[in-house]
Unconditional design. Structure first.
Length: 313
């Protein structure tokens, strides 16, 4: 049983899971986003596809909402009574991860629409148009709705208190893959803006240019660095170890990306700065709860605990 002392790390963990829960509760109980694109564009020809995408996504949100409830209850239990038994803790984590995987699988209808469009569209007569369409739609949709949830399921399967090395390995792989997913999906949005608006929305205002650079190059650098961090952690001898301070750097940096985009919209957004990027970031594929991640990462970064703490301890 752990001490019940309230620490910045515990408070940060509580805030992050509360943000996760509240974000998903808002998504579930405010379903005005279902069919929203049809209402905005009055596009009757796309009505079935749009509703199919939104309805399947809403099913995934139900599971994510349930995961949020479980996470909040687990952390509140941790605050009041300490960690549950190791077996219970791992089972709780497995359920949350499986539900999160189902949420991402809920985006598979979007991937199906993108693949169908790629095959049937008459606008892919040139290699450039085909590759651009793949980068801006098909590949990001397939990666986030098929590849990433499969990685999550593997993580859930590999979670085992008796196999700490496998647990660490797949935790780090999943975290790295998550960064890559957001780099891929958000970069695809910027490519779309550049392509269809001839750079307008990217270069016309400095804040948009900075957001473009942070997305296309910043997230990519973070993902590549995370790969290196994963390799170094898994090669630690005599067995894999997690550098808590380094992990805190990655968690904080990733959360700051979401915080940057949200704050720039609050302080600088408006008709004169509005672009498809902000419309998408704030209304679709948002995961705005991640802006709370620095509250978890910073306590790890400034922790006095051994930065090379063994995973099995």
């Amino acid at each position: 049983m752990m001490s019940q002392k309230v620490t910045p790390l515990k408070v940060g963990l509580l805030i992050v899971v509360l943000a996760y829960f509240l974000f998903n509760a808002h998504s579930l109980f405010n379903l005005s986003w279902v069919g929203e694109w049809n209402r905005l564009t009055n596009n009757s020809t796309a009505r079935f596809d749009i509703y199919m995408e939104d309805v399947t996504a809403a099913v995934g949100v139900v599971f994510r909402f349930a995961a949020g409830i479980i996470a909040v209850v687990a952390v509140l239990y941790y605050f009041t009574k300490g960690l549950p038994s190791t077996a219970k803790l791992y089972n709780i984590l497995k359920i949350i991860i499986v539900f999160e995987a189902i949420y991402w699988f809920g985006l598979i209808a979007t991937a199906a629409v993108e693949v169908h469009s790629l095959i049937t569209s008459p606008f892919h007569s040139s290699i450039i148009n085909l590759l651009t369409s793949m980068m801006t739609g098909t590949i990001p949709a397939v990666v986030e709705s098929v590849a990433f949830p499969i990685v999550l399921l593997i993580l859930a399967f590999k979670l085992n208190p008796n196999k700490p090395s496998a647990t660490l390995k797949w935790t780090l792989i999943t975290g790295t893959f998550l960064i890559f997913v957001f780099w891929l999906t958000n970069t695809s949005i910027w490519i779309s803006i550049w392509r269809f608006r001839a750079g307008i929305g990217v270069t016309n205002y400095p804040v948009n240019t900075v957001s473009f650079i942070l997305t296309v190059f910043g997230l990519l650098a973070l993902a590549i660095s995370s790969v290196g961090f994963t390799v170094v952690s898994l090669r630690s001898k005599p067995q894999p170890k997690l550098n808590l301070k380094a992990a805190g750097v990655f968690i904080t940096a990733f959360g700051m990306y979401f915080l940057w985009n949200y704050l720039t919209w609050i302080f600088f957004g408006g008709n004169y700065l509005w672009s498809n990027w902000y419309a998408w970031f704030l209304g679709h594929n948002l995961d705005l709860w991640m802006l709370s991640l620095p509250l978890l990462g910073l306590p790890m970064l400034f922790s006095n605990r051994d930065s090379q703490e063994n995973l099995s301890s």
